[in-house]
Design a protein around this ligand. Structure first.
Ligand SMILES: [Zn+2]
Length: 372
C-alpha cells in the first residue's frame, strides 16, 4: 500500500502499486503500522498538570501562551496532531492556533474555545469566563465569536477539580443553556457542555448542545443513564466526549466506583449507537500530562473497550466531534497528511501506540522520541 502526500495533503491511497509517482521521495515504513494522527478532543493547554489550577488566575498572558506551546509540542510528539482546547485563560490559545496554521511553527492543528462560560466562583472560575445572567451569557458568546474562537464551551454542571464546586449540581437552567446554544448557533459556532450530573446532561441535551464533555451520568445513587436520555442523545446526534483515565492501587475506592460506572455507561452509549469520542482532559491533574492520550487508550483496551472502538474514538470520530471530520482522522485522499507510524501489531496490542516511530504533520516530518 502506498500513501501519496502532496502539498500537505493525502492525494492518493493506492493498494495496487509497488512504486509511487516517479518524482516522489519514497519512505518505506516496513512492518510499521500507519495511522491517522491522533485527535485529542478535550485538553487544557495552558494548564500545568502539576500546578494548582487557581494559580492560572495570576499568570500573565505571555506565560500562558508559552506554557500552551510547550504542552502542544509534548502532545504532538506523542502522536496527537489535532487538539481541541476546551478551556484556556485570556484566550491564550488563539495566537498559538494562528502560529501553527500559518506554519511559522510546527505544532498540532488547534481548535479552541477560549475560557469556558461558568458561574462567578463556579467550576473553573480561574479561567476567567464568569457569566451569570442570561444577558451575560449571550454577551460572552458574542465576545468569543468576535475574537474568533471555534467552539463555545459551557460548564453546565459543577466539576471535580474546582474547590467548592459540586459535579452533581447544575450551574445554569434550561432557559440559560438554550440562550447560549441559540446565540452560538446564530454566529455559526457549535457548543459543547461540560456535564457530569445526569440531570445536567439532560438539560444540556434539551437545550440543543452539539456535544457533552465527560458525560459521566453521576447521580446521588451512583452512575446511571436512563434509556430515555440515551435515546435522545442518539436521536439528536449529540457527541459524547468521554474522558480517558487510568486507575491503580493508589486510586481511592470512591473514584474507582465512579470510573467503573462511567465505563459501564460508556459501553451503554456505544451499544445504543451514540456518537462517542475519547479525549484526555490533559492538564487538569498530575495524571493528565499533555502526552497521556496514547497510554490512556492502551489502558482502556485492557478494561472493556476494543482496539477498534478506541482508535476510531481517537481519530475519525474525535475529528468529527470537533467539526473536522472532513479533513482529519482518516487516511484518505483530500485529507490532511497528519500521519503516525507506530510499532507493528497495534491492532492486537494498543501499547504499540506509545511506540511512535515516525510522525508527519501536514506532510512535514516531525522529529519524535517515544514518549510513554
Ligand atoms: Zn476539561
Amino acid at each position: 500500500m502506498i500513501v501519496v502526500v502532496e502539498g500537505g495533503q493525502i492525494s492518493a491511497v493506492d493498494f495496487a502499486v509497488t512504486d509511487g509517482p516517479p518524482e516522489a521521495a519514497l519512505i518505506d515504513l516496513g512492518e510499521l503500522t500507519l495511522l491517522p494522527g491522533l485527535v485529542d478532543a478535550h485538553t487544557h493547554l495552558c494548564w500545568d498538570p502539576d500546578g494548582d489550577p487557581e494559580d492560572l488566575a495570576d499568570d500573565p498572558h505571555e506565560a500562558l501562551v508559552e506554557r500552551a506551546r510547550q504542552h502542544a509540542t509534548a502532545a504532538l510528539h506523542s502522536g496527537v496532531t489535532t487538539i481541541r482546547d476546551l478551556g484556556d485563560r485570556d484566550f491564550a490559545t488563539l495566537s498559538l492556533r494562528e502560529d501553527y496554521r500559518q506554519g511559522t511553527q510546527l505544532g498540532p492543528e488547534l481548535v479552541v474555545s477560549g475560557p469556558p462560560l461558568t458561574r462567578t466562583g463556579g467550576h473553573c472560575w480561574y479561567l476567567g469566563g464568569a457569566a451569570d445572567s442570561t444577558d451575560d451569557l449571550v454577551d460572552a458568546v458574542e465576545q468569543r465569536a468576535a475574537r474568533g474562537v471555534d467552539w463555545i464551551k459551557v460548564m453546565a454542571t459543577g466539576g471535580f477539580v474546582t474547590e467548592g464546586s459540586d459535579p452533581l449540581q447544575p450551574q445554569y437552567d434550561h432557559d440559560q443553556l438554550t440562550a447560549v446554544v441559540e446565540a452560538a448557533h446564530r454566529m455559526g459556532l457549535p457548543v459543547t457542555a461540560h456535564a457530569h450530573a445526569a440531570a445536567g446532561i439532560a438539560a444540556a441535551v434539551a437545550a440543543g448542545v452539539d456535544g457533552i464533555e465527560h458525560c459521566t451520568f453521576i447521580t446521588e445513587d451512583g452512575v446511571s443513564a436512563s434509556p430515555d436520555i440515551v435515546e435522545r442523545i442518539v436521536a439528536q446526534g449529540v457527541w459524547c466526549g468521554i474522558t480517558t483515565g487510568q486507575m491503580d492501587s493508589e486510586t481511592p475506592a470512591d473514584i474507582i466506583a465512579v470510573m467503573q460506572g462511567v465505563w459501564r455507561v460508556t459501553r451503554q452509549l456505544i451499544d445504543s449507537g451514540a456518537r462517542v469520542a475519547w479525549s484526555s482532559d490533559a492538564g487538569i491533574s498530575p495524571r493528565k500530562a499533555h502526552n497521556v492520550l496514547p497510554a490512556d487508550l492502551a489502558y482502556l483496551s485492557r478494561h472493556g473497550f476494543t482496539v477498534t472502538e478506541l482508535l476510531i474514538g481517537a481519530t475519525s470520530a474525535a475529528a468529527a466531534s470537533c467539526g473536522l471530520g472532513h479533513r482529519k482522522g482518516r487516511i484518505t485522499p483530500g485529507f490532511d497528511a497528519d500521519l503516525l507510524a507506530v510499532g507493528a501489531g497495534v491492532n492486537h496490542d494498543l501499547t504499540r501506540l506509545c511506540d511512535v516511530k515516525a510522525l508527519w504533520r501536514n506532510g512535514t516530518q516531525v522529529p519524535v522520541e517515544t514518549t510513554c
